[in-house]
Design a binder for this molecule. Structure first.
Ligand code: FE2
Length: 254
């Protein structure tokens, strides 16, 4: 009855513990993420408020839907970087440009044609490595995913699987995920999966993977201001706060 008298809590910079995000769709107009520079800058302001201070961008490479070209994306990244540097309200550094590459029947051909966009980072020995973010189909399991990823690893890419908790066909089946873990694939769970943003199955799977100790990275998968505002709300989410208190992630190494 007196809910209106309750003081609304202010967001906190919870994600300072991570510092760096390497999964966001904020190059305007190239995928299903931000549609304008203003939208990107608004998202970045909110991410900064939530505690992030460095990030890599990761537009979709998923032809024919998102038939992005690495050279074009690199030049768009430089334009965005200049706009961010010129914005007096922003103190968030764009470290570089990677991609979110769909594992499909054409992936190996693409990989063999030209170098893929990777994000920087260091392995536990302190050596610089090339981290390649990949995603699977959200609808249908493809045969031979582990073999395709193994080929990428053999070429020297450190493969990061985006949001392993979001593939419905893997929700009740950890066999493929266990196989990928055994072959050294890093798992990046979406922060917002842990707040229920993507529904109950993704929430449960995200927590299951974290409790197994299979998750090395957290990503925002930021697309637009709806995601950004959900991220800001997530700074007050007790479940996410507890995860950040209990587990350590590799984000800050980037
Ligand atoms: Fe994504």
């Amino acid at each position: 009855m007196f809910d209106f008298l309750k003081k609304k809590k202010s967001p906190i910079p919870l994600f300072e513990a991570l510092g760096t995000d390497m999964h966001c769709h904020l190059i305007p107009g190239v995928d299903d993420g931000s549609t304008s520079i203003d939208e990107t800058l608004s998202c970045l302001r909110i991410m900064q408020q939530a505690g992030y201070h460095k990030l890599y961008l990761s537009p979709h490479f998923n032809p024919p839907r998102y038939a992005n070209d690495e050279d074009d994306i690199k030049s768009r990244f430089e334009e965005l970087k200049a706009a961010v540097v010129a914005d007096p309200e922003l103190n968030i550094e764009l470290l570089g440009i990677g991609g979110e590459y769909r594992i499909d029947g054409q992936f190996l051909d693409r990989m063999n044609q030209k170098p893929l966009l990777t994000v920087g980072g260091h392995n536990p020995e302190g050596n610089k490595e090339s981290y390649l973010l990949v995603e699977l189909s959200l609808h249908q399991q493809m045969f031979g995913i582990d073999e395709i990823i193994f080929e990428a690893q053999s070429k020297g890419y450190e493969v990061i699987l985006a949001h392993p908790e979001r593939y419905p066909y893997l929700a009740g089946n950890s066999k493929l995920l266990s196989q990928l873990k055994d072959q050294g694939v890093l798992f990046q769970v979406n922060v917002l999966s842990m707040s229920g943003f993507y529904g109950q199955p993704a929430f449960e799977k995200s927590m299951d993977l974290i409790r197994r100790g299979w998750v090395e990275l957290l990503g925002t998968d930021m697309h637009n201001t709806i995601y950004a505002n959900a991220l800001l709300e997530a700074t007050l989410n007790r479940n996410i706060q507890k995860v950040l208190e209990k587990y350590t992630f590799m984000n800050s190494k980037f």
